[in-house]
Ligand binder design. Structure first.
Ligand SMILES: Cc1cc2nc3c(=O)[nH]c(=O)nc-3n(C[C@H](O)[C@H](O)[C@H](O)COP(=O)(O)OP(=O)(O)OC[C@H]3O[C@@H](n4cnc5c(N)ncnc54)[C@H](O)[C@@H]3O)c2cc1C
Length: 526
């Protein structure tokens, strides 16, 4: 069904202003930056509404229903798969960053409920102060990425070694439906506290990874665990992709790390090229010290980093970094010992600078939205079954080799990151970098100081167009090897790849929850 309004209607704006307050409604030029994500640009929203409570959010959704407006939802906006970008004119965008209350910390029943605009960094700060943590603790973009956005598109990283994906950590959701009603999932569906996900069919799971196509997440409940203050970082170098894969697969089976990731040399060299100011270095040193289990451990770590620094890392084509955490020194050291034994003979241990920095600052500053030399950046990933990893790597090497001449001519380069997801899956993420003008998104995401330190690139439509095709071909390559994807948005295929029965069920669910397809049309290919 077409929306009735294709341009900002004064009557609608007045009604929105009445509901949420004038300062919470953006229209005209102010919505410009909302048409970009990290990589793409799509339609400008009709208006952007910034609700400050769940009740106001529900009222806005009801108003949108009466005007038959399509809706998209933006959390921290740190994604690159067109997830929150309107696919059509006349959409209302809901910016949920001011739904930022930590609603309930219930230690006895073991859960924390947050509004979905809470960032992972804010949640971590609150729980750290109480000696608590959640199992999954956020993506590396957690300084800006929200709990709602991460659950809506699923994700991995901090805490995923032991606890898996964001979606696996969720106990319960409060979902605003397309007509404004609030659906509560898990035990909350029967009016109890949201202490358990299991209560009949898994409604919670249905709304994770939906990229906002099935409902608008207003509150998320996650399990609470005691904090794990003791930690040790361990890093290994590998001489080939085969040994990296074997090492990471072995480590996944040992299963003792909290957080891990692998890198290839190109990605590492790129990161090392990033200009670091004296203040950045001092900040890292302060954080390493502050998060070390004791001042002796902090001094030892800083000394190791100073002595070994970046030298040993530069030598290896592949690296993997592990952070092992626990309640006490004994269990952490025993776990590190097991990991070292398992990787003995596969990789060689090197200085643990990278995991020490990541443990102290798990959520990267947003300068990673551009390359080390101010290039544009977009990552493309696939999660492969272990049995397909080596064949995929060979196909990828030949895919890149065939395009090498163009890449050199256009200044395009790639670097790859790896994570295991449980014992049987391997995530392979290729970051693509190319010299090009930065967009409104980057100018908002980076501070003026960060921008000043970067080389300026002029508009480069030839390289950009080439990258769009390269990215498309790369996704097709992942899919030929049966890969799945997190953060499907509007960029990865979903509906297109389902078998007829699964597609029929997906469409029926979508039709039941969103009969007029007004919630993020185009996401998931629905
Ligand atoms: C530097 C950098 C590092 C990153 N590192 C990681 C990483 O380690 N792991 C990882 O998985 N990803 C990573 N990402 C990708 C991305 O940041 C994360 O996936 C993040 O979780 C997105 O959260 P967000 O709040 O920014 O969501 P947004 O980008 O705002 O939205 C993402 C999707 O969720 C939907 N959505 C948002 N909020 C809601 C809601 N309340 N209800 C319904 N739908 C909603 C949107 O419509 C969109 O489809 C990284 C990105 C950057 C830029």
């Amino acid at each position: 069904m077409k929306p009735l309004i294709a341009a900002a209607d004064p009557g609608l704006l007045a009604a929105l202003n009445d509901l949420v307050g004038v300062t919470q409604v953006l229209s005209g030029e102010a919505v410009g930056p909302y048409s970009h994500d990290v990589f793409s640009e799509r339609e400008r929203p009709l208006a952007v509404v910034i609700p400050t409570s769940v009740e106001i959010l529900q009222a806005v959704v009801r108003l949108a229903a009466t005007h038959r407006l399509t809706l998209t939802v933006r959390g921290g906006g740190a994604s690159y798969t067109e997830g929150y970008l309107p696919a059509q004119l006349g959409s209302l965008m809901l910016d949920l960053r001011q739904l930022k209350r930590i609603h309930e910390v219930n230690e006895e029943d073991g859960y924390v409920t947050v509004e979905t605009g809470v960032t992972w960094a804010a949640l971590k700060a609150e729980l750290d102060s109480r000696g608590l943590r959640t199992p999954f603790r956020g993506p590396f973009s957690g300084l800006v990425a929200t709990v709602g956005g991460t659950v809506a598109q699923n994700g991995i990283s901090v805490g995923s070694g032991r606890y898996g994906t964001a979606a696996q950590s969720v106990l319960s959701l409060d979902v605003v439906m397309e007509d404004g009603r609030l659906l509560r999932t898990g035990t909350a569906a029967r009016g109890s506290a949201p202490f358990s996900r299991s209560y009949g069919p898994d409604f919670t799971g249905l709304f994770t990874g939906d990229c906002g196509a099935f409902g608008i997440k207003a509150r998320v409940t996650l399990p609470l665990l005691p904090a794990t203050p003791e930690h040790v970082g361990v890093s290994f170098a590998f001489d080939s992709f085969e040994t990296l894969y074997r090492g990471m697969r072995t480590a996944a089976r040992v299963g003792v790390d909290d957080t891990h990731f692998g890198l290839d040399a190109a990605l590492l060299r790129g990161q090392l090229k990033r200009g670091r100011t004296l203040k950045d270095t001092l900040d890292i040193a302060r954080n390493v010290f502050a998060t070390s289990p004791s001042w002796v451990a902090g001094c030892a770590q800083l000394l190791r980093m100073g002595l070994a620094g970046e030298r040993s890392m530069k030598a290896a084509p592949y690296l993997a970094h592990y952070i092992i955490e626990g309640a006490d020194r004994h269990s952490v050291h025993a776990a590190v010992h097991r990991l070292r034994q398992a990787l003995n003979g596969i990789g060689r241990e090197i200085a643990n600078t990278v995991p020490a920095v990541i443990r102290s600052e798990p959520f990267a500053k947003m300068f990673n939205v551009v390359g080390p030399q101010g290039e544009r950046w977009v990552p493309v990933h696939g999660v492969l079954a272990n049995s397909r990893v080596l064949a995929f790597q060979r196909a990828l090497e030949s895919f890149i080799a065939q395009r090498q001449v163009d890449m050199q001519r256009l200044g395009v380069w790639t670097g790859t990151m790896y994570e295991t997801v449980g014992p049987g899956q391997f995530m392979h993420e290729t970051g693509i970098y190319w010299p090009d003008e930065l967009s409104d998104y980057h100018h908002q995401a980076l501070s003026p100081k960060q921008l000043q330190r970067l080389p300026v690139h002029i508009q480069n439509l030839e390289a950009r167009t080439w990258v769009v095709q390269f990215k498309k071909d790369l996704v097709a390559l992942y899919d030929r090897f049966g890969a799945t994807h997190f953060q499907l948005g509007k960029a990865y295929p979903y509906a297109e790849l389902l078998d007829p029965t699964a597609l029929d069920v997906a469409r029926s669910i979508n039709a039941a929850l969103d009969p007029d397809n007004r919630l993020n049309p185009g996401a998931l290919g629905l």
